[in-house]
Design a protein. Sequence first.
Length: 286
Amino acid sequence: MKKALTELTLANLGYVEKITDIPIFLFNMFNDYNIIPIKQPFKSILAAFITLLRAKETYKILKIKKSPLKVISQQQVEKLSKRIGIEVRAKFSYSWPFLKNETAVIPMFNFFSYTTHGKIFKHSKKVAPPFCIYPEFFDLVENYIEKAKKDCSKECAILLSAHSLPLKLLIQRKDPYKHDLEVFLNYLRKRLKQPVFLSFQSKLGPVEWLKPTTEETIIKLSKQFKTIIIVPISFSTDNTETVYEIDITYKNLASKLGLNLIRAECFNNKEEFINLLAIVYSSFFR
């Protein structure tokens, strides 16, 4: 007989809400072996160097838009705790409160990758699978696209914008991330019966990352369509990549191209997403 859980952790990467969050988040991220697979002490030295290089740019972004991830995460745990009747906590890989000796964890990522899940596995006894294996996830994405389409003409395309990853890491680890995204892309094309495309955002550094980029895809699609619905498909919860990179950077680009760019919402603390989290808990931990 299974021992009943008394606590559950929702795990995400991290956030930058204020200036003191910047070095903590950046250093911990780049000091993660799952992100930069080199040995110590070289990894920490490199992480410190990259943190210094990235801090100024991250501060510029912070002044324009701070990450809502921590606030929304707290709303999610409060709602889920009421739903399932046990203590639920939000913890992070690169920000406080940090993951450590967790009993049961739901990673807040729609798709699996060793880069996002590696640290979670290290600090957790039992980890739930990604949301993309659940039929309810497919329904959620479709529903959120349909909501966005209400402001869209018939001549619109759907662009799934996923967080990019270094190509070399994916190949070395036989990471299923890109393959799973492509499977989901093909599913949506058949289900929605309209143009659906996949691109990758948030590239960082000079190494080769997944292609095509979201920026170049928006430029390309602007020659064929008047409206694009952009879906932040990697993210269940709003963060800097959605509220700054998509809502500001990509929308400014679209405006210059004479393109109407509509963003589908993230799941955040919506009741239908809390339902999915409760299903993950019931099916995997009970």
